[in-house]
Design a protein around this ligand. Structure first.
Ligand SMILES: Cc1cc2nc3c(=O)[nH]c(=O)nc-3n(C[C@H](O)[C@H](O)[C@H](O)COP(=O)(O)OP(=O)(O)OC[C@H]3O[C@@H](n4cnc5c(N)ncnc54)[C@H](O)[C@@H]3O)c2cc1C
Length: 260
């Protein structure tokens, strides 16, 4: 039986460049910076493609974001996604995580799917809240922290990453799965894939089209950024020169830190 997969992807400021926060709005500066498909979501796209390819299904790529977010969708389509859904609306500026989940849930409703794959957490916002909220809104089970995913006989099965190893967790389809960076090596888009992606359908949806006017975005905030503090600069390390007692000094230092 074919398995159709939805993958949720976010476009973020290039994480290899230093991030800037706007002290006035207390938000990440997203203008005038390079934007990329979140590298964590590339793992989600790869996982979705592997499931769909193994079962003769298709992958639909969904993103909420400003006009430029279509580039992140095209990147996922060039990896092998069949089509895209892009929700953009001026009212969605300053959305919080719950608004994002509401929008994604409304966008995929009516879409035939057996599985939704998300990254574990975005590289910029990093709340890790969207997939759980999405599952709750759609009334679906959530399988999180997957470092391995298999889908067969109407159920999804994952190896859920733990500190000690992994748990095996299963849920009936349809389900939402979040994947860790260790799950796979995302493929590079081929030249053919890049050319084909230009002609693939990307549906543009507004808040009104998904029935959420006034129910998502700035008008429906449930979270507020109340303060910002720069992270403490890392203290300089201690250099121990070995003049015969180096090993002892390191052991004493580690004992002082209660590491040993
Ligand atoms: C008060 C407030 C205002 C904010 N204003 C803005 C703003 O103006 N612009 C802005 O970009 N962010 C804004 N944010 C951040 C925004 O809430 C989150 O970045 C976003 O809603 C998702 O949360 P996250 O990045 O922590 O996702 P996580 O929950 O960490 O993401 C996990 C996974 O969910 C999926 N996912 C997350 N976001 C999307 C998306 N947009 N489309 C598709 N899939 C997604 C991806 O698969 C991702 O890997 C604001 C946050 C707050 C609290």
């Amino acid at each position: 039986m074919a398995i159709n997969v939805v993958v949720c992807v976010k476009q973020i400021p290039d994480p290899s460049a230093p991030a800037r926060l706007d002290p006035a709005s207390k938000r990440l500066v997203r203008e005038g910076v390079d934007l990329v498909l979140d590298p964590g979501d590339e793992h989600a796209v790869e996982a979705a493609l592997q499931v769909a390819e193994g079962a003769g299904g298709e992958v639909t790529v969904v993103s909420m974001g400003p006009a430029r977010a279509v580039d992140a969708i095209r990147r996922a389509l060039s990896m092998g996604g069949a089509r895209g859904i892009h929700v953009q609306d001026p009212a969605l500026q300053n959305s919080d995580a719950l608004s994002t989940a509401r929008v994604l849930a409304a966008a995929v409703k009516g879409q035939p799917f057996d599985l939704i794959v998300c990254g574990q957490e975005s590289t910029d916002g990093s709340t890790g809240a969207v997939p759980g909220q999405l599952a709750e809104l759609l009334g679906l089970p959530l399988l999180s922290f997957a470092r391995k995913l298999s889908v067969e006989e109407g159920k999804a099965s994952i190896h859920r990453q733990t500190d000690e190893g992994y748990d095996v967790v299963e849920a009936p389809l349809p389900a939402v799965v979040t994947v860790t960076g260790g799950i796979n090596d995302p493929r590079y888009p081929s030249l053919r894939g890049i050319m084909q992606s230009k002609n693939k359908e990307v549906r543009q949806l507004t808040l009104e089209a998904i029935g959420l006017s006034g129910k998502a975005g700035e008008k429906a905030l449930t979270q507020e950024v109340v303060d910002l503090q720069p992270a403490q600069a890392r203290k300089a390390g201690r250099v121990i020169e070995d003049k015969g007692e180096g090993a002892r000094e390191i052991v004493d230092f580690l004992a002082e830190l209660k590491v040993i």
